[in-house]
Design a protein around this ligand. Structure first.
Ligand SMILES: [Ca+2]
Ligand SMILES: [Ca+2]
Length: 325
C-alpha cells in the first residue's frame, strides 16, 4: 500500500503527498527544459521510481512595448537599438512598414536591427507572440552617401621585376549598402600625354568591399584576380593622376578638384595636381600605394602608405568584423 509519493524536478524535491490521489502543484520560475519524476514509498518503506518526463516551459507571451529607438535617425543598413520591455519573443521588426531582414533579440529589453534598404521615415514597429508595439516617435531615414575612395594604386605591372602582370587601381566602398557605379568612370592622366583617359565603370561595389580596375600590362600572362573593369592605360611609376568621377565626360584641365562630378582623386609622385597640400608617395616595383584604413582626409600625402601590392575585387570577402565597427 502506497504511503507517500515524492515529486522531483531533476533531483530537487517539489513536494510530497501522503493521500491519494497523489498530486503536486509546481510553478517553474523561468522558461527552460525540466525533467520531472516521482518516487512512491509504501508503508513497509519499499520505494519505486517512476519513469521521468521532460517538460519544456516557454516564456509567457506578454505584450511587448517600445520605449526608445536609438539613434533616432540613420542610413539604410545602419544598426539601430530598439529598447523596451517583453522583447524576448520579437519575431519581426519593421521600419515604417518595411520589414528589416536583419535583426537579433539581445535580451527582453533590447532588439538590434538593421535599417532595411527600401524603408522611409516613419515609426518603428515590432511583432511578438504577445502582440505588436510601435515607437512613439518617427525614425528618420538619412540618405545614403554615394561615395567611394581610390584605395590602392599599382603602377609596375608587367615588368620583369613587378609582382603583378598589370597595373591596377582598386576602389573601396565605405558605405553599408552596395554602391552602384552606373554612369561613373575612372580617369587616368599619363605623363607625356595631354588630357585624361576615361574608363567607364559598371556594376557596383559591395558594402565595405572592393572593385578592381585592371590597366596596361603584359598580355602573355595575367595574375591579377578577376578584374571588374579594364582599360589599357599604362600608369607611370614616378608620377600619375587617377580620378573617380560621377560622370563619363573627360576631365578638362590638369585637375578635377572643384568639379561637382569628383568623387575621389589621387595625384602621386611628381604629379602636377593632387588633393590637399601634398601628393601621395609614388608606388614602386612590388609595391602599391594603399589608402591607410581607407580613410580620406583629402590630402593625398597624408592618406597613402606604400606596401606590398594586394589587389582586391568585388568577390573579395568583406571582413565581418568591419560590420561591427
Ligand atoms: Ca605601369
Ligand atoms: Ca579624397
Amino acid at each position: 500500500m502506497v504511503a507517500k509519493v515524492d515529486f522531483y524536478n531533476g533531483s530537487t524535491l517539489i513536494s510530497s503527498d501522503t493521500t491519494a490521489p497523489y498530486t503536486a502543484i509546481w510553478t517553474p520560475s523561468q522558461a527552460g527544459s525540466y525533467t520531472l519524476s516521482a518516487i512512491a514509498t509504501d508503508s513497509q518503506g519499499a520505494s519505486s521510481k517512476s519513469g521521468s518526463i521532460t517538460v519544456v516551459v516557454v516564456a509567457s507571451q506578454q505584450t511587448p512595448s517600445i520605449t526608445n529607438v536609438f539613434p533616432s535617425s540613420g542610413t539604410p543598413g545602419a544598426e539601430i537599438y530598439i529598447m523596451g520591455s517583453n522583447l524576448s519573443a520579437v519575431n519581426g521588426v519593421k521600419f515604417n512598414g518595411v520589414a528589416a531582414s536583419t535583426f537579433s533579440v539581445d535580451s527582453s529589453t533590447l532588439v538590434i536591427a538593421r535599417v532595411p534598404s527600401n524603408s522611409t521615415t516613419g515609426s518603428v514597429s515590432i511583432s511578438a507572440g504577445g502582440g505588436n508595439a510601435q515607437s512613439a516617435g518617427e525614425f528618420n531615414i538619412l540618405p545614403t552617401k554615394n561615395t567611394a575612395v581610390i584605395s590602392q594604386i599599382y603602377a609596375d605591372g608587367g615588368r620583369s621585376w613587378g609582382d603583378y602582370s598589370h597595373d591596377f587601381v582598386e576602389l573601396y566602398n565605405p558605405g553599408v549598402v552596395p554602391l552602384s557605379l552606373t554612369g561613373w568612370s575612372l580617369q587616368i592622366a599619363i605623363p607625356g600625354n595631354s588630357g585624361w583617359f576615361v574608363i567607364p565603370l559598371s556594376g557596383s561595389i559591395p558594402s565595405r568591399g572592393y572593385y578592381l580596375v585592371g590597366l596596361a600590362g603584359s598580355n602573355r600572362y595575367s595574375n591579377l584576380p578577376k578584374t571588374d573593369a579594364n582599360g589599357d592605360f599604362d600608369l607611370g611609376g614616378r608620377q600619375g593622376k587617377v580620378a573617380l568621377m560621377k560622370s563619363t565626360s573627360a576631365i578638362k584641365g590638369q585637375t578635377p578638384v572643384g568639379s561637382s562630378a569628383l568623387v575621389d582623386f589621387v595625384g602621386y609622385g611628381q604629379a602636377n595636381a593632387y588633393e590637399g597640400s601634398y601628393a601621395a608617395i609614388a608606388p614602386d616595383r612590388y609595391y602599391s600605394i594603399l589608402r591607410e584604413k581607407n580613410a580620406d582626409t583629402n590630402t593625398n600625402g597624408w592618406d597613402f602608405i606604400i606596401d606590398y601590392a594586394n589587389p582586391r575585387n568585388t568577390a573579395t570577402p568583406v571582413i565581418s568584423t568591419e560590420l561591427r565597427r
